[in-house]
Each structure stands twice: as structure tokens, then as C-alpha cells.
Design a protein around this ligand. Structure first.
Ligand SMILES: [Zn+2]
Length: 262
């Protein structure tokens, strides 16, 4: 009977192969970490927000303001998940502090978390440059704490009531410059269902969406997950079905600002 005898050279060769394998595994893990881009290493290209409406494709950006709330946001997340689509949430910092687990879920499920001030109180926000920037930075900190990512910087801000509303108009125009100083762009909307105005029926909400989106290739749709008067979650599935029937695909601001998840 013949036995395989391993000589010293072969043992060294086997050890070398095992060592090489471990080295490759370590390199793979390190590169994975490096490729798992954090906000520290990638800055959003805010110029791209200005061109969001330039597209040959029919794109719908679903945006939800004023959350997160326990009453509404989880219902919206459920519907988005069932449809395998993502949205952008313009969050209020103090509500993120109250409901961090909801924002963590929204983020983990691929939704974009953007900045909508800490207090949502126009009388506090625009006192001076410092109060304005503090509102944004505090909100980013709240998001960072909630999702467990250091120095979260979405790069996208939405003015409460929009940038063109008469209330605090001049202060808002000045604030646009302050935003640029911290590499932040801002985004309003070009379609809405008026869900924050008053309690509207499902039919009325859907009609408002249809009327305001008519003839537009790119839609930035304003909705709310604030849980007061709105009942957008009741009509969200119908809204998604309508937009699909019109040939829209759904995107988030990740697709505008980044090539990857932040
Ligand atoms: Zn708002």
C-alpha cells in the first residue's frame, strides 16, 4: 500500500496558500468597508438638484414632509416596501429625536432622508444666519444619531412652506446663500395632492395629484407624513398605481446626487 507522504516543502507550500487566502479575505473585507461609502468621503453634487427637471424620462419623486410620526410614517413605509419603490423624506429634526427608530427603518429600506429644519417654526428659523444654520446642523445630527452614521449630510433642504412662499420670503432668499456655504441645495415641488390643507377625501387627493402632474415629465410630488389632517397613506397605493399607469418610474434623490447609497 502506498501512503502519501508530505514533505517539508509541501507543508510550507500549504501554509503559504492558507496565509494567502487569509490575506485575500482581509483585503476583501477592508475594500468592502472602503467601498461602503460614508458621508465623510463623498459629498453630494448639489448642482444636480437644480437640473432635476431636465430629463427625457418620466420620473416621479415621491416626497414626504414633516415626519417622522408614529401614526403615519410606518404605514407609508409599508406601502412603499410592498411596491418595491423608495421615496424621499424631508424630516423635522425634533420629530426624528422623538421617533429615531422610524427614520432608521426608512433609511435602511433605501429611502432618502433629507433636511426640513429642526423646529419647522418660521419665527425661530430666520432670526439670523446662525439660527438658520443651527436648524439644519441640529437636524443632521438627529438623523446621524437615528441611523448610526457619523456626520450625516444629505445635501438637500426643503424650506417649510417652500422657498417661494410670501412668509419670510427675503430671509429665505438670503438663506439660499447660507445653504451653499455648507454644500446644501434646496428643492421645492411641482406637483401635490394638497394633503396638508384640510381633511380631503381620497378622490379629491387623487384628483389634485392628477391635475398638478398633468403634462409634466418629471414630478417632485409634495405629500406629508405629519399625521395631523392628511390621509395620504389612504390614497398612496392609488397614487402609485396612477403614476405607473402614466408611465412614470420612481426615483429618490440618491439617483440625483450620488452614484451610491450614503
Ligand atoms: Zn413642512
Amino acid at each position: 500500500m502506498k501512503f502519501f507522504v508530505i514533505n517539508k516543502k509541501e507543508i510550507l507550500f500549504i501554509i503559504f496558500i492558507i496565509f494567502l487566502f487569509i490575506l485575500l479575505a482581509i483585503l476583501f473585507l477592508i475594500s468592502g468597508k472602503v467601498l461602503n461609502v460614508s458621508t465623510d468621503s463623498i459629498e453630494p453634487n448639489i448642482e444636480k438638484i437644480k437640473n432635476i427637471y431636465d430629463s427625457n424620462e418620466k420620473i416621479a419623486y415621491l416626497t414626504f414632509d414633516d415626519g417622522p410620526t408614529k401614526k403615519v410614517t410606518p404605514k407609508i413605509l409599508d406601502i412603499l416596501k410592498q411596491n418595491n419603490i423608495n421615496a424621499t423624506f424631508f424630516v423635522i429634526g425634533k420629530r426624528v429625536d422623538e421617533n429615531p427608530e422610524i427614520i432608521k427603518r426608512a433609511y435602511n429600506e433605501g429611502n432618502f432622508i433629507a433636511n426640513h429644519t429642526y423646529s419647522h417654526n418660521n419665527n425661530k428659523i430666520y432670526i439670523n444666519k446662525e439660527t438658520f444654520l443651527t436648524e439644519i446642523q441640529k437636524t443632521d445630527e438627529s438623523i446621524s444619531n437615528a441611523i448610526g452614521i457619523d456626520n450625516y449630510h444629505s445635501g438637500v433642504f426643503r424650506f417649510p412652506n417652500g422657498s417661494t412662499a410670501k412668509d419670510h420670503y427675503l430671509q429665505k432668499q438670503n438663506s439660499i446663500k447660507y445653504l451653499e456655504e455648507i454644500n446644501y441645495g434646496y428643492l421645492d415641488w411641482n406637483a401635490l395632492n394638497n394633503d396638508s390643507m384640510q381633511k380631503l377625501s381620497k378622490k379629491q387627493l387623487l384628483e389634485n395629484l392628477k391635475n398638478t402632474s398633468k403634462g409634466k415629465d418629471v414630478l417632485v410630488i409634495l405629500m406629508h407624513d405629519s399625521g395631523d389632517v392628511n390621509n395620504t397613506y389612504d390614497v398612496l397605493q392609488d397614487s402609485i398605481n396612477y403614476l405607473k399607469s402614466q408611465g412614470y418610474i420612481f426615483k429618490t434623490l440618491y439617483d440625483v446626487l450620488y452614484d451610491c447609497k450614503i
